[in-house]
Design a protein around this ligand. Sequence first.
Ligand SMILES: [Ca+2]
Length: 101
Amino acid sequence: MNLKIFVAASMLAVVVAGPALAQPGGMTPEQREARFTAGDTNKDGKLDKKEWLASIPAGMKANATDDQLEQMWSSRLDADGDGFITKEQFLALRMGGGQQH
Ligand SMILES: [Ca+2]
């Protein structure tokens, strides 16, 4: 993982974890679920890349290239490559602590 991608990953961890990142231990499951539900605009119970990208604040997107966003999506979010993440996968993401390896 190169430095740029690491930086983008760190920023996007903030996007995924949201305002609750400041809390030790990250978001509660309820907060994560609310975030997922807000992002799932077509209410099919899955978050696809388009929905995920749409949920990223513009200011945050301005700091990452499309390529970095693509890397984030495929390496961290849609890790199994099926084109979307389920709520279960989203809730299982470990991005709350800000101390990634
Ligand atoms: Ca959806």
